[in-house]
Design a protein around this ligand. Structure first.
Ligand code: SF4
Ligand code: SF4
Length: 425
């Protein structure tokens, strides 16, 4: 082995946090599925430390496989009595895997270069590809071709979220003000997948913020939050995108930066770890708020009473909301405030649905097993609607429900609140 590896650049005390107590084991989906110590949080941390200590080669296949078999769900962080910073460790560990080259291959390299370094690195490129997919969806050009693909690729196509007719900047003006004098001025992140496949959720978010006295600034120069890259071993690119967002949002003129995607919010609240030398990150991390967290903090206007019959709604906790940001009660509080909503608890609400960024693409078997488990629990609630605060979870659960013939709507909690304000519920 030559030269310091990436895990050696991580503060060694982070790798020493684990006290080997094993309390995380029952909460880890990959350990529960395999009962292998190396597929547990404790086992993975031991592998990372072995690489940092030079006892295990960074290009070891076992190290590479375990780092990518991990969902990154952070359930281990929630229960850990020692407060391990697993989020940071797994990011460095995956970057280590990439620099070690254990998973290198021409096809994988090409896909990563296209998706991570080209497509998601610039929002306008993603919008161009999304426009193409939208035309294709409508005209059905590739429908016959898709039937010729292997089953795995057909499944992937079926999991692709529907592209919206309009993207966020078509639906949201750069500055929108409430009718009454604003109480707060906030910035809004539109996201990448969220922008092209769930732009309606971004519009709903603006409507809810306006209804609660917030002027909303949606800067055109913003970029992807960087989580996709940060979680997949591309830390330098994630840093570049984080800097672009720091430049795009005028921190001094905003009370908060609002994020409605759990994965983005969780990553953006940790820019201080990504860019420790940037003087802006302390204030940035203080100002980034998940939408549910922000609304409960400022107190919401009660939506108007509903003339509709009561609807049973259940709530799935996105990993990066409940484990990544420790936000669990706020979405429930908002849902309970909506007249006509009866909130029923979902068994194992905090157990990952298998979406986990691009995990459903890279680890399809494990992802499907988790999805089936989730859908079974959802069916048992007899709910008509599942609410969840992350685009990945919305797409994954929609796909799982459709596949198993479960007639249920999957929406963002903020969409329900926006509909209540508009008198549509
Ligand atoms: S709960 Fe925390 S300290 Fe205990 S084994 Fe798991 S990671 Fe280590
Ligand atoms: S992030 Fe999730 S899958 Fe990975 S070790 Fe922690 S609990 Fe297990």
């Amino acid at each position: 082995m030559s030269g310091p590896n990436l895990l050696q650049q991580l503060d060694y005390s982070v790798l020493q946090q684990c006290i080997h107590c094993g309390m995380c084991l029952p909460t880890c989906p990959t350990y529960e599925a395999t009962k292998h110590e190396t597929s547990s949080p404790r086992g993975r941390i031991a592998l990372m430390r072995a690489v940092a200590d030079g006892r295990l080669a960074p290009n070891s296949p076992q190290f590479a496989d375990e780092m990518y078999f991990c969902l990154g769900c952070l359930a281990c962080e929630t229960v850990c009595p020692a407060g391990v910073n697993y989020a940071e460790m797994i990011e460095y560990a995956r970057a280590e895997v990439e620099s070690g080259g254990a998973k290198a291959g021409a096809q994988r390299g090409l896909i990563r270069a296209f998706a991570l370094r080209w497509l998601f690195a610039k929002p306008h490129r993603l919008r161009w590809i999304a426009r193409f997919l939208r035309v294709d969806e409508a005209a059905g050009f590739s429908r016959a071709f898709v039937l010729l693909l292997p089953r795995r690729l057909r499944d992937l196509r079926a999991q692709q979220p529907k592209i919206c007719d309009k993207f966020s900047f078509d639906l949201i003006r750069e500055t929108e003000s409430p009718r009454t004098p604003h109480r707060y001025r906030v910035g809004l992140l539109v996201g990448c997948v969220q922008d092209v496949a769930y732009s309606d959720v971004n519009r709903d978010t603006v409507d809810v913020l306006l209804a609660n006295g917030c002027e909303v600034f949606t800067p055109r120069g913003q970029s992807c939050c960087g989580s996709l890259m940060g979680h997949n071993g591309e830390l330098e690119l994630a840093r570049k995108l984080a800097r672009q967002n720091l430049d795009a949002f005028p921190l001094g003129r905003l009370d908060a930066i609002i994020v409605n995607s759990a994965g983005c919010g969780s990553f953006m609240k940790r820019y201080r770890h990504l860019l420790p030398d940037d003087p802006r990150v302390k204030l940035w991390d203080e100002k980034v708020h998940d939408i549910h967290e922000w609304l409960v903090r400022i107190g919401i206007q009660a939506p108007r009473e509903s003339a509709q019959p009561t609807t049973r709604v259940t709530y799935h906790e996105a990993c990066h909301l409940v484990h990544g940001q420790k936000i669990s009660q706020q979405p429930r509080e908002l849902l309970r405030a909506i007249p006509g909503v009866e909130l029923v608890e979902l068994p194992e609400a905090t157990w990952c649905c298998g979406s986990a960024g691009i995990y459903n693409i890279t680890q399809p078997e494990m992802s499907q097993a988790l999805l089936e488990r989730k859908v079974k629990h959802i069916a048992a609630t007899d709910a008509l609607i599942v609410a969840t605060g992350n685009p990945g979870c919305i797409g994954q659960i929609r796909y799982g429900a459709q596949k198993s013939g479960l007639d249920i709507k999957v929406v963002h909690p903020i969409t329900l609140l926006a509909r209540a304000y508009r008198g549509e519920l």
